[in-house]
Design a protein around this ligand. Structure first.
Ligand SMILES: [Zn+2]
Ligand SMILES: [Zn+2]
Length: 379
């Protein structure tokens, strides 16, 4: 039986715990003595060691003033500052564990709704393609290709017909004329589906009208008037898009919880009325802007007055935009003179004089460039 007797050289430790100044380390681990083999081995290695009243085997611990609390203290020290971090780590670990399940779930959803997803992607890409091409054709003006416009029109018609043919049993085209389709169990997702499809089809419809406007001979619709026609078409399309989801959501809200009896029905009617009021308020604002567009379409914008012959000769008889002789010259507020058509096309995109930047119109009316709003009118 080997006994190690160490005497502490630290006076503080003695003062704090005088009883522990002497440590008996029993190599055989006698009962009652808490110090184990590891401690005794360490005591031998660190011959200069301080008192070891307990056999905590942390080699970096040298303070023995409070030997009982040391392990817990060190745990708390490392735990408190990183509490939020450990929570995050926990969350991350949970996510890491559930990631395979989420992937499986996504795969299942994708397979289950493959057709719906494909239709959605198809509609969106068709929209992007046609929208970009119509804008290009409008930009090209007299250099635009009628063939390209015809192709876009046919593309839109065939996409629409293909879609309605695929879902012929659902009679989704009813939504276009504000009827509800004959989908069984008109639930939330079915409504969303019908509203989304209808929204795209209405966009296609009005894009088709824009193609027709481009196809008309320039003697019928001049390039000067083309911007206004396109603007009116787009505004009409937006009003149609805003009204189309109204009957669907109204019916959905009214029939909500109908099976529960009278209270459910009352709640449904209340919700539907609130929706109707909000919708009508929105439509009121939209109609105001639509009427403004119609007014501009009918009377045109006041951008300047007809220039006299003397004004034109003062300006050098050359239009600064087309660099040619003046055709129906118009003098702006800033007295700069341009051809009527040149300056009208300029104001399709800008609101100031091309020469001196004097602001002539209060705002640039959108949609004159043939663009269609990508905004999806869901409700
Ligand atoms: Zn000109
Ligand atoms: Zn000017």
């Amino acid at each position: 039986m080997t006994e190690l007797l160490t005497r502490t050289p630290v006076p503080g430790a003695v003062a704090a715990n005088p009883d522990s100044s002497e440590v008996r380390v029993n190599m055989s681990g006698a009962p009652g003595d808490s110090s184990g083999g590891a401690s005794s081995r360490r005591s031998r290695v660190n011959s200069h060691s301080h008192s070891h009243s307990h056999g905590h085997s942390r080699p970096q611990h040298h303070s023995n003033s409070e030997p009982e609390l040391d392990p817990t203290d060190s745990d708390l020290d490392s735990g408190e500052p990183s509490a939020s971090l450990s929570e995050l780590r926990c969350l991350f670990r949970w996510l890491q564990k559930s990631l395979p399940f989420l992937i499986i779930l996504c795969a299942k959803l994708v397979i289950q709704h493959a057709l719906g997803l494909a239709v959605g992607i198809g509609l969106f890409t068709t929209f992007l393609y046609v929208n970009k091409n119509i804008q290009t054709q409008v930009f090209l003006q007299d250099r635009h290709s009628k063939l390209q416009c015809l192709w876009l029109l046919l593309f839109l018609i065939s996409s629409t017909l293909l879609l309605y043919y695929t879902f012929v049993t659902e009679t989704l085209y009813h939504c276009l004329i504000f009827f509800t389709p004959t989908i069984e169990a008109l639930g939330f997702w079915e409504i969303l589906w019908a509203v989304g499809i209808t929204n795209f089809i209405i966009k296609f419809l009005f894009m088709g009208i824009k193609c027709l406007i481009l196809l008309l001979p320039s003697s019928l619709v001049t390039y000067r008037a083309q911007g206004r026609w396109l603007m009116l078409t787009e505004e009409l399309g937006q009003v149609h898009q805003a009204i189309a989801p109204l009957p669907l959501w109204f019916r959905y809200l009214v029939t909500y919880q109908e099976t529960d009896g009278a209270p459910g029905l009352t709640l449904g009617v209340l919700l539907a009325l609130v929706y109707l009021i909000l919708k009508l308020l929105g439509l009121y604002g939209q109609c105001a802007s639509f009427l403004k567009t119609v007014r501009i379409f009918l009377i045109g914008e006041h951008t300047g007055t007809a220039a006299t012959r003397s004004q034109c000769s003062e300006a050098g008889d050359v239009c600064p935009i087309c660099q040619g002789d003046y055709r129906e010259p118009r003098a702006l507020l800033c007295q700069h003179i341009f051809c009527d058509e040149c300056i009208a096309l300029w104001f399709n995109r800008e609101k100031s004089c091309p020469l001196c930047r004097t602001v002539i119109t209060e705002k640039v009316y959108k949609w004159r460039d043939g663009a269609t709003s990508p905004h999806l009118q869901i409700y």
